[in-house]
Design a binder for this molecule. Structure first.
Ligand SMILES: C[S@@+](CC[C@H](N)C(=O)[O-])C[C@H]1O[C@@H](n2cnc3c(N)ncnc32)[C@H](O)[C@@H]1O
Length: 206
């Protein structure tokens, strides 16, 4: 077992919410089959497992990853430094919805607060180009989104209602071509930007 596999196992044992293994495999194979993907923004670093897996796909990949929890941020920065990946993975402490940059990204992996997915998406539209891709995890939320009887927890049900509203909206939103993989990870959607966003040129100065 290599160090990243060990780290991934330790994180899962400590109940750190790392993306499910088949979801990670899907994400990496998506990146692998799209050689034009070079710049990635991740919302929700946790301890850095998904960022390091994505960086492992190709040497030319660079990632900005955003984490709001200070302890997670610290652990991620340490893990990434130990793996010798600090040059290619930059960890930022703070709320993803408030992160400001002029960079334009090829892929956004959105894996932070589930109820904020639409906010993140709108916030980062100015950092897209035509064909940028947003990948969202947890749109199935252990089946509860489609079958609320699976949970009796009030806050979970409130969150899964929000996820459903977001998913239903995303599927028909004209700015994207969307594919939803219900059985992958915890329900993964890939939303490709199908035209230049009006703010793109203005915001990036291009
Ligand atoms: C599901 S975990 C991320 C797992 C990670 N992507 C992986 O697969 O290895 C979600 C993370 O998002 C962080 N988070 C929650 N809200 C956030 C926000 N508004 N901005 C940045 N990070 C946030 C949480 O602290 C948590 O560490």
């Amino acid at each position: 077992m290599n160090r990243l596999e060990e780290l991934e196992q330790e994180a899962r044992e400590e109940h750190i919410p790392v993306m499910m293994e088949d979801g990670l495999a899907f994400l990496c194979s998506y990146i692998e089959s799209h050689p034009e993907i070079r710049k990635i923004l991740e919302a929700g670093t946790a301890v850095g497992v998904s960022a390091m897996r994505m960086a492992g796909v190709r040497e030319d990949i660079v990632i900005d990853t955003l984490e709001v929890n200070e302890e997670m941020y610290r652990q991620a920065a340490e893990n990434i430094a130990q793996a010798g990946l600090s040059e290619r993975i930059r960890v930022h402490l703070g709320d993803a919805a408030e992160y400001e940059t002029d960079e334009v990204y090829d892929l956004f992996f959105i894996d932070a607060a589930k109820s904020q997915y639409r906010n993140y998406l709108e916030h980062f539209m100015k950092n897209t180009h035509r064909n940028s891709v947003f990948v969202f995890d947890n749109l199935n939320f252990h089946g509860i989104v489609d079958d609320p009887s699976l949970s009796h927890n009030r806050s979970t049900l409130q969150m899964t209602r929000k996820i459903k509203r977001f998913r239903d909206w995303l599927m028909v939103e004209p700015r994207f071509a969307v594919t939803y993989y219900k059985e992958t990870g915890d329900g993964v959607a890939v939303a490709r930007v199908i035209r230049d966003y009006p703010g793109y040129r203005k915001n990036t100065g291009i």
